[in-house]
Design a protein around this ligand. Structure first.
Ligand code: HEM
Length: 128
């Protein structure tokens, strides 16, 4: 289940999704703002498959760390963990969006992105 896959994430993002201010960004109260951007769903899948590295700002705090890539997880596991972080801790999908599917994950494989390229793509989302 998504909760089981999320065990991989707890050490950094914490069981309650709060992250650690200035070190690991929160997922609680934040994932919906990514989902709401154009391309945000595909980008979240890319974070899982290719990682993310470099300076970002989340809910008023700065981060400059490295998020590990998880290409070893199956399409089903990545969809499940993204559905978990999209619906836990008061998070929810924006209206009109449904759960991540295995097909959506599969479509983002094989792009060979670097974590820095995933950072560049984040800047293109227009996150506020
Ligand atoms: C960033 C999810 C595991 C450290 C992120 C972001 C997401 C995410 C969605 C993007 C936030 C944003 O850019 O606004 C997850 C999930 C995990 C996981 C679902 C488990 C499958 C981890 C682990 C670590 C970690 C184990 C620590 C070793 C980070 C860091 C960032 C980040 C440092 C920000 C990177 C930067 O500063 O550019 N994570 N994460 N994550 N994650 Fe994770």
């Amino acid at each position: 289940s998504g909760a089981q896959v999320y065990n991989n994430c707890i050490g950094c993002h914490q069981a309650n999704g709060s992250g650690v201010p200035g070190v690991f960004p929160p997922l609680a109260g934040h994932v919906p703002s990514i989902l709401a951007t154009r391309g945000g769903r595909e980008w979240l899948i890319q974070v899982m498959l290719y990682g993310l590295q470099g300076p970002i700002n989340v809910r008023g705090s700065s981060y400059n760390g490295a998020m590990p890539a998880y290409p070893q997880l199956s399409d089903a596991e990545i969809a499940a963990v993204l559905n978990h972080i999209s619906t836990q801790w008061g998070n929810g999908f924006p209206s009109g969006q449904g759960p991540f599917t295995e097909a959506e994950v599969r479509a983002q494989r094989g792009k060979n992105l670097s974590p820095q390229q995933v950072l560049s793509a984040r800047q293109g989302l227009g996150l506020r």
